[in-house]
Design a binder for this molecule. Structure first.
Ligand SMILES: [Zn+2]
Length: 536
């Protein structure tokens, strides 16, 4: 089967005049201009008129919790509920549709509601006709539970239990565990499929799944890997966040889980929002330094073991003090097993929100990749955002130093940490281009590269994530309203100019501009998402 796509813009920086592409089987067979495309039209099985659409390689989301994302997508999203009454009415609708099965209703914030308060167990009981409802707040550190879930979990009366049905701390952990224990293998498969479908729709061709004993389970990871192997959606690279102390344990663990590395959400600290990210100076709004979950020796032993086994190691690390610990541990590992052995294993760090210049230099020296979430700066950065409330404006503006990392030569991969933020690659690129701190903005082209090739590199694969002859046919086709076309000298000039970044071939990414709309996602020659009626 061969297909000619013509009459659009094919994003290929070495060939800015490309308008057409031929896909044969799983591979890209040809890329070129309109004149030559005419010669291919008769030789192919199918011709698709792009009608000015932009063809890019598929994106890589380097930080994904797949089944949790599916659970959220299937559940009741309350992030835009305008009142508690509306939230309860949505829960009632879902409870009816689910015919007695548990309801997951998430992301509410009582501060946005005129009632100014959380739901109560009694209200959830009424809305669900006495069913199981788990209703985590937007920060996921507290929840409201129905009476049925309170009873089943044993949360009632435990530390953090409130008579209204609000649960924190121990009571919350019990309720969450009981809710998750009720998720069947069939539910989990459905959640994974839902999430991967959403990724495909967002133009993502590869997700890095981050499982860990404290977050998910071996069965969960296996389900995600199997779904990726089916070939009818995004590819999956899996990470397992569990600490090891020797080389053999590292080998055994990656083999047992089919994981690419022992990295991901192996937590050196927590998050800024919950004041558990480990920082050098105390938080601005509470006298705490946050939590340190790992010491230098643990990092050293894990990195040494993984390096010797040739396995990627990595950590979830956010606060500056946690970064310091991880860097010291990496250096100690390099002293023990040799810097070259550490570099060869190509370790990676997730989030890496507060590295200083020294830390960046040390990480670049050891060949460590950064897997970052630009949406975090977009959502919480700046002088007036959540980061500033927690840490003060000065530290908030210094967070997520994307340009400093890129300038130092650090290899970057972009991700969403979904369900924390949704699959949204163009938003991530836009967040890099429009970083709250003007000094930390990078070009659209650099950000695009980080969200495509950078993601493959962070997974240990150097030669993927761009459109070229012989490359796998993994691409997305985007409707781009603002793409500028000029036709000087009777020649179609096929690149646009983003007025902010001046990036040929990429759409306008200024703050108010309409972002590209995905029309089709093709992964290794197979169409895995097709917008109804968009391409003929
Ligand atoms: Zn994560």
């Amino acid at each position: 089967m061969s297909t000619l796509y013509r009459g659009g813009f094919v994003y290929r920086p070495v060939d800015p005049f490309a308008t057409a592409m031929v896909v044969t089987g799983h591979e890209i067979a040809w890329i070129g201009g309109e004149e030559a495309a005419a010669g291919h039209a008769d030789a192919v099985d199918e011709v698709v008129d792009l009608d000015g659409a932009l063809v890019t390689p598929t994106f890589v989301d380097a930080h994904v919790h797949t089944s949790m994302t599916g659970l959220s997508l299937e559940g009741v999203d309350l992030s835009d509920a305008l009142s508690l009454a509306e939230a309860l009415s949505r829960i009632e609708t879902a409870a009816r549709a689910r015919q007695g099965r548990p309801v997951y209703a998430h992301s509410w914030d009582e501060r946005a509601w005129p009632e100014g308060r959380a739901a109560t167990s009694a209200e959830l009981d009424r809305a669900s006709y006495g069913g199981v409802v788990y209703m985590p707040r937007i920060d996921a550190h507290s929840a409201v539970v129905s009476s049925a879930l309170a009873a089943a979990s044993g949360a009632r009366g435990r530390d953090g239990w409130h008579e209204t049905g609000l649960v924190l701390r121990e009571a919350h952990h019990l309720a969450r565990e009981a809710f998750h224990a009720g998720i069947t293998p069939a539910d989990r498969s459905r959640h994974v499929d839902l999430a991967l479908k959403a990724a495909a729709e967002a133009g993502i061709g590869l997700v890095h799944e981050h499982g860990a004993p404290h977050l998910s389970s071996a069965e969960d990871l296996a389900t995600v890997i199997a779904a990726g192997d089916r070939g009818d959606g995004p590819q999956v690279m899996a990470y397992w966040g569990e600490l090891v102390e020797d080389e053999q344990a590292a080998r055994d663990l990656v083999a047992r889980h089919g994981a690419r590395g022992l990295a991901g959400d192996l937590c050196a600290d927590g998050s800024v929002g919950s004041r558990t990210a480990r920082v050098r100076r105390p938080y601005a709004d509470e006298d705490t330094h946050g939590c340190a979950y790992l010491g230098v020796e643990q990092v050293r032993d894990h990195v040494s073991a993984c390096s010797l086994a040739g396995v990627q190691a990595g950590f979830h690390v956010i606060g500056d003090a946690a970064v310091e610990t991880v860097v010291a541990g990496l250096r100690a590992a390099a002293d023990r097993v040799g810097a070259d052995v550490v570099r060869r294993a190509r370790h990676r760090l997730e989030h890496l929100e507060m590295p200083d210049t020294d830390a960046i230099a040390a990480l670049v020296d050891l060949g460590v990749h950064a897997s970052i979430q630009p949406a975090f700066d977009a959502a919480w950065g700046g002088e007036a955002g959540m980061y500033a409330a927690r840490l003060g404006a000065e530290r908030a503006l210094a967070m997520n130093p994307v340009a400093s990392m890129a300038a130092a030569g650090m290899s970057l991969a972009l991700g969403s940490d979904t369900p924390v933020t949704p699959f949204a690659p163009w938003e991530a690129i836009r967040a890099c281009v429009n970083h709250h701190n003007p000094q930390q903005r990078i070009s659209a082209r650099s950000a695009f590269l980080a969200h495509t090739r950078g993601g493959w590199r962070a997974g240990g694969v150097d030669d993927r994530g761009y459109l070229d002859l012989g490359q796998p046919a993994s691409f997305a086709i985007w409707s781009v309203g603002d793409l500028v076309v000029q036709a000087p000298d009777d020649r179609i000039q096929t690149w646009s100019t983003d007025p902010r970044s001046g990036t040929p071939g990429l759409p306008d990414l200024s703050p108010g501009a309409d972002l590209p709309v995905n029309l089709r996602t093709v992964i290794r020659g197979r169409t895995v998402f097709d917008r109804e009626g968009a391409l003929t």
